[in-house]
Design a protein around this ligand. Structure first.
Ligand code: EPU
Length: 422
């Protein structure tokens, strides 16, 4: 298993290019199931999660071809199977995103239930409820969601809570349903908007994406598309937190600043100078950050996917930050590891109280999930001595070449392959 060795204390100086967004690319790849024509996608990040999904689509009979770095061409003209097996779904929950498009276009789907997850229970009941409201016969049998429908019928669907992949699944189902569908209490995340724009480019009729009420007029068929995936606001935000914690002067190219308002606002309050110019973001920091509290919320609030990284910056800030996690029940797994590096953090239920300390001290820590891994890397960049982050396969699921990009910014970070560890 690979690990990262980081020697802290280096200011971050230079430029990096932000990759395509994992959480936009995943539903967009699944949307290729909605047409038999070629779907050509650019700015697809090279990540383990994308490889897993490509494998899943390939197993179903979708032809997936790589056309150089970042470009995939998918063709779902004839499927051999409508099943997403447990072996793949258990490694990546986003596999549930094949459910809506499969039922909408092929009239059937058999998708393994994802099971437990490191950051929370994460049930998929709203995906199931929504699909049933669109007229599918949906059952849970032998650990699988089994859904069938001749043709889905438009309906008013109101989810009990705001769910990102739930909204995406139902949107992909509704575009080929008969008549009008209203998705009420819809997620407003930029990744949902990116998916909707891609579907519109395929001939779908969608209005209201980016609001909590999406209205879809179903069409008989969709056609092929050439589509560029949006930039990754979470990757970009992670680099901004790294600059906030370690200090420096860095420029992010191909970033999506318009989708990053909540994070940019918090970092400015912490003392980071941030200038946005088109898709470039320049971040400058030459002092210890000031502590900034926050609560995670659905978009446009502060993203849960940025909570761990901003906590790492707060760990070395001047003052105390109160951080509340409102989206997932168990997303403080990084706290114990940050404490091993010398952070002063107390958890009370969904709230963490972070008392900033002047410095952290390098140690061996273990990544527990994707964003937790990123927070440990940020902490390692500021800690005295060497920090070793183990189990970075979590990081590789969602960050493209993170260590190379940090090296470009002057960080002392290297990947070590250790085949002896289990
Ligand atoms: N929920 C239910 N029932 C459902 C669906 C959701 O109870 O049927 C609950 C969840 O348990 C959670 C809340 O609703 O408490 C919100 O979950 P949501 O469905 O929005 O999360 P998701 O769609 O499974 C996506 C991202 C996550 C990100 C969340 C929140 C993708 C592939 N994943 O997950 O990204 O944290 O939205 O913004 O888009 C990550 O990239 O590290 C990551 C975990």
């Amino acid at each position: 298993m690979d690990k990262l060795n980081i020697t802290g204390g280096q200011r971050l100086q230079g430029e990096v290019v932000v990759s395509g967004a994992k959480n936009a690319a995943l539903p967009i790849l699944c949307a290729s199931l909605l047409t038999g024509d070629d779907v050509r996608l650019t700015n697809v990040p090279q990540l383990n999660d994308i490889n897993t999904l490509s494998r899943l689509l390939g197993q179903m009979g979708v032809k997936v071809a790589q056309e150089g770095a970042g470009t995939l061409v998918l063709k779902a003209d004839a499927l051999t199977s409508c099943e997403a097996p447990y072996e793949l779904v258990k490694t990546m929950r986003a596999s549930i995103l094949v459910l809506g498009p499969l039922v909408a276009r092929f009239g059937e789907a058999r998708v393994s239930l994802p099971g437990g997850c490191a950051i929370g229970q994460r049930p998929v009941d709203q995906h199931i409820k929504g699909l049933a409201a669109l007229g599918a016969d949906v059952r849970v049998e032998h650990g699988f969601v089994v859904a069938r429908a001749d043709r889905l019928k438009g309906a008013i669907v109101r989810t009990d809570m705001i769910t990102v992949t739930g909204t995406e699944n139902l949107l992909m189902a509704a575009v080929l349903a008969e008549g009008e569908t209203v998705l009420d209490n819809a997620a407003r995340e930029p990744e949902v908007v990116d998916l909707a724009e891609m579907l519109i480019a395929m001939g779908a009729q969608i209005e209201g994406h980016g609001t909590d009420r999406i209205v879809v007029q179903g069409v008989e068929r969709l056609h092929g598309v050439d589509y560029r995936v949006m930039a990754d606001r979470i990757e970009a935000g992670t680099f901004l937190c790294a600059v906030g914690a370690a200090g420096g002067d860095a420029i992010l190219r191909a970033a999506p600043p318009a989708a990053m308002g909540a994070v940019i606002d918090k970092l400015r309050r912490a003392g980071v100078t941030i200038d946005c110019d088109g898709d470039n973001i320049r971040a400058r920091m030459d002092r210890r950050p000031t502590a900034v509290g926050f609560r995670t919320q659905e978009y446009p609030g502060f993203a849960t996917d940025m909570q761990a990284q901003l906590m790492a910056m707060n760990a070395v800030a001047d003052g105390t930050a109160v951080i509340t996690e409102n989206i997932f029940e168990n997303r403080f797994m990084h706290v114990q590891e940050l404490i091993r590096l010398g952070a002063d953090i107390a958890i009370d239920g969904h709230t963490a109280v972070v008392k900033g300390v002047p410095s952290l001290s390098g140690a061996t820590v273990m990544a527990t999930d994707l964003r937790a891994s990123a927070s440990l890397v940020i902490a390692g960049l500021v800690a005295d001595g060497v920090t070793t982050v183990e189990r970075i396969y979590h990081l590789d699921r969602g960050y493209e070449c993170m260590e190379h990009k940090l090296q470009q910014l002057g960080a002392r970070i290297e990947r070590v392959s250790d085949r002896r560890s289990a």
